[in-house]
Design a protein around this ligand. Structure first.
Ligand SMILES: [Zn+2]
Length: 247
């Protein structure tokens, strides 16, 4: 049976702590809660780490967060050799906020890259210090200096980043919203979450279930570390924090 975990991070990405109740512990020790602030690995963004605090003050370190049988079932994977709480137990949750905030900045930076490079996305992976987005780009004329300059123009403009729900019909009427070449957003639930950038989404909007910072300014300084050729028409862009190193 699949459980349905209330995903608090979906509406409020800035929650660092919350309380929840254990609803199940699976046969591999994975902990399922009624609600959570832990993002589960998906869409190129790694799941959260952190801890659960039990009523007696002891802590269960969470080494990873993944989806279960369905996307709605979120499993908190404890670090090896940690005692696991009982079903029905109330726990206090805390995510590793420093890491999550880096991931939120990086994830938002990946969205900006898809604005600067408006080509079909063939893959993406977000991490704390180096993220990548792969594009299907026929010509190789992009230079990391120009792309970095365009990204930083968007960062400095400090555009708002917000989410909006649309219907399956609205998505079908606006196929241009989907930038992934091979991955289609899940339809059939009646609601698709769009991540929008700029007043009235003037800069960008695309379906995404991840967590992002609330403005482009909060991303801070970033640069393109590398543009690699991956196959005939595939280009892999690597985003890193900080100024571009001197050549
Ligand atoms: Zn996103």
């Amino acid at each position: 049976m699949a459980y349905k975990t209330e995903a608090l991070f979906r509406d409020e990405a800035y929650l660092k702590t919350a309380d929840a109740t254990v609803v199940a512990v699976n046969d591999r020790g994975g902990i399922i809660l009624d609600r959570t602030i832990f993002y589960a690995t998906s869409g190129g963004q790694p799941g959260d780490t952190g801890h659960l605090e039990r009523a007696d003050g002891s802590r269960v370190a969470i080494a990873a967060t993944i989806s279960g049988e369905t996307k709605d079932e979120i499993i908190h994977v404890p670090a090896p050799d940690h005692a696991v709480p009982e079903v029905g137990e109330k726990v206090s949750l805390a995510i590793d906020w420093e890491r999550r905030h880096l991931l939120m900045r990086m994830h938002a930076a990946c969205h900006l890259l898809t604005v600067v490079c408006p080509f079909p996305i063939t893959g993406a992976s977000v991490s704390e210090d180096d993220s990548r987005v792969d594009f299907d780009i026929p010509d190789a004329s992009f230079g990391k200096e120009e792309v970095t300059a365009s990204l930083m123009d968007l960062v400095r403009a400090d555009h708002p980043i917000f989410t909006r729900l649309i219907s399956d019909e609205e998505l079908a009427a606006n196929p241009g919203l989907v930038k992934s070449k091979n991955v289609r957003p899940p339809v059939g639930t009646g609601r698709i979450r769009l991540v929008c950038i700029g007043e009235n989404a003037s800069v960008d909007s695309q379906p995404c279930g991840g967590t992002h910072v609330k403005s482009t300014g909060e991303i801070g300084e970033i640069h393109i570390g590398k543009i690699e050729k991956k196959g005939r028409e595939n280009r892999r862009f690597r985003i890193r924090f900080g100024p571009m190193p001197e050549a």
